[in-house]
Design a protein around this ligand. Sequence first.
Ligand SMILES: C[S@@+](CC[C@H](N)C(=O)[O-])C[C@H]1O[C@@H](n2cnc3c(N)ncnc32)[C@H](O)[C@@H]1O
Length: 233
Amino acid sequence: MKPSRFDQFSSSYDELLRDPIRDRFTGNESMFFHRRKVELIRRFFRRRGLSTGRLCYLDVGCGRGELLHLLQSDFKETAGCDVSAEMMRQVSQVPGIETRVQPDPLKIPFGDAEFDLVTAVCVYHHVAPADRGTLTGEIKRVLRPGGIFCMIEHNPLNPVTKLIVSRTPVDADAILLPASEARRLAAEAGLAPLEQVYFLYFPQGLHRYVGHMEALLAKLPLGGQYAVFSGKA
Ligand SMILES: C[S@@+](CC[C@H](N)C(=O)[O-])C[C@H]1O[C@@H](n2cnc3c(N)ncnc32)[C@H](O)[C@@H]1O
């Protein structure tokens, strides 16, 4: 199998992500961004009155699997896949989280209709624009009817996000996509629009006190990242 570009980054991943603005934003708490995504996903299900305890969850492009770790106890089954075996090395040893290496970036290594929730977090900006539709079609294939796809991406309309991405070595190949493209990809794959949320407005230190105000800013296209939720009929 051809080594993935991310294999070479895995051993020094934290170091490669370091950026003075990013570090100040997270208060050097590396899990801050992951915890924010957990909150966002839990709130989405709560708003819809859905309990996740009997649902199966797949994180496509799970990398080191932080989100899987944090959400494992919320779901009945938790799985991840990634083109990079090296990125998944540690999470692949965690009991109860099934991981599969993806030899083909455009083929998800799971069967049809196996999952109720699929996430793809900061993956699409590493996928060539011409291939993004195929990957989204694959995500739809592995979703059960009624299943939900949540794409989380860097927001190219946020100048600070753009600056950090432009000087992060891991992102040398990144082509950012706006939320409108995420919505279009979902729609073209036959997924129905559900929700869109812009988030990451406040750094970690402030978030503790004023984080609840992010809900008021969720529709403003200025947060550091966004989440687009869509559903399979
Ligand atoms: C920036 S990292 C994000 C990792 C993780 N989702 C997170 O939020 O920490 C991007 C990950 O996507 C993986 N990736 C890139 N293209 C992919 C594809 N077509 N299918 C699955 N994984 C892919 C990379 O190997 C890498 O682990």
